[in-house]
Design a protein around this ligand. Structure first.
Ligand code: ATP
Ligand code: MG
Length: 347
């Protein structure tokens, strides 16, 4: 039987609650099909308070040998600044392993009530994860004076733009064959015009995929008014950040928002994590919704090549929500939602 080596970082707060539920679902899904050897790492804000670092110096090298990384959530702003937890763990992993594609599926599951009751809300958002508006290039001059100027420069490289769009085209091919490229090329005449050019060049290689070009402002409206016209959505770091928060809200909230940080070239492990944070207000109370984490497990299985088991996990999540389990905050405990998904898997 095939064995996958999984690095598990539960992290802080509800990261611990939802990963333990998600790992039980993973075990149930794997049974009789493949084995999962899980190694847990206690890297978290609690670890930081004890050791002064979020992970040991050889943390990245330790993770490199695994088939995949599963992360709950890191952050505990009451004792550790977010900049420390982010820059001490999450960002170094994404960078070291070149996880340049951030994939977030947004779908309204059966039974779940989003604010819009959006019919046919089923899109796959792909956010560029390494450059663009979050490149950190810029500075401030004449600090504190009336003439102060702050400049923040976006950096778009041909390599970066081409690879994220190519990944989007491949995903579109595997779905409804429609790709929407999100820019603001009417206002940003260098970076976004360049993005449009690369999109057009690649489109010629994928004649079976229909391409739409949308500006970010019109796109925000479209996601609310006519999401059924969308399939795969590819956007830059900033635009993807904003659109996926909107997508999470439409699909019923953070309890349902899954994500994958993918290294499509497979030169290093990819990392799977629910979008939500550590949620200190509900941590350890057995009330966090584990669906986002379980959905991230489904994404991980798909990436590992276990498409059938991935589909089975998704179907089990939806069998649970269709029965009304976990569809509203406070309705069911973490354990009840997990149990319903496991029961559906085993049925
Ligand atoms: P981060 O800075 O890491 O994004 P955050 O402070 O924005 O974290 P989250 O932890 O992502 O906050 O969540 C915001 C609020 O949404 C939480 O305080 C919690 O009340 C609710 N929430 C988040 N995730 C879940 C979940 N899985 N189940 C139930 N409620 C959740
Ligand atoms: Mg947040």
């Amino acid at each position: 039987m095939k064995t996958y080596n999984l690095a598990l970082i539960p992290g802080d707060g509800i990261g611990v609650d939802v990963t333990s539920a998600a790992m039980e679902v993973l075990s149930a899904a794997a049974r009789g099909r493949f084995a999962v050897e899980t190694t847990a790492f206690p890297w978290s804000c609690a670890y930081y308070l004890e050791h002064g670092v979020m992970m040991p110096a050889d943390g990245i090298e330790t993770l490199r040998g695994f088939d995949a990384i599963f992360l709950g959530a890191v952050g505990w702003p009451a004792t550790v600044p977010d900049s420390v937890s982010l820059h001490g763990l999450l960002l170094p992993i994404r960078q070291a392993f070149d996880q340049y594609a951030n994939i977030r599926p947004h779908r309204l599951l059966a039974g779940v009530e989003g604010p819009l009751k959006a019919q046919g809300f089923d899109i796959l958002c792909i956010r560029e994860n390494t450059e663009g508006e979050y490149s950190g290039a810029g500075g401030r001059v004449h600090r504190g004076s009336d003439n102060e100027v702050a400049v923040e420069t976006s950096v778009f490289t041909r390599k970066g733009v081409e690879r994220i769009l190519r990944f989007g085209f491949e995903q579109a091919r595997a779905r409804r064959k429609h790709l929407t490229s999100v820019t603001k090329s009417n206002a940003q005449k260098y970076s976004m015009v360049f993005w449009d050019e690369v999109t057009r060049t690649l489109a010629a290689e994928y004649p079976d995929v229909t391409v739409s070009h949308m500006h970010i402002d019109a796109m925000a409206a479209k996601m609310v008014m006519a999401p059924q016209d969308l399939d795969v959505v590819v956007a830059s770091n900033l635009f993807g950040d904003i659109l996926t928060d909107l997508g999470a809200a439409i699909q019923g909230g953070l309890g349902f928002a899954a994500s994958a940080n993918i290294n499509p070239d497979r030169s290093a492990p990819s990392m799977f994590e629910p979008v939500h944070g550590s949620a200190p207000d509900i941590a350890g109370k057995n009330v966090a919704n584990p669906i986002a984490a379980i959905w991230s497990v489904a994404q991980m299985l798909d990436h590992l090549g276990e498409a059938e088991t991935s589909a089975a996990v998704l179907a089990a999540i939806e069998a649970a929500t269709a029965q009304g389990i976990g569809i509203r905050p406070g309705l069911n405990t973490t354990a009840e939602i997990k149990a319903a998904v496991v029961a559906a898997l085993e049925a």
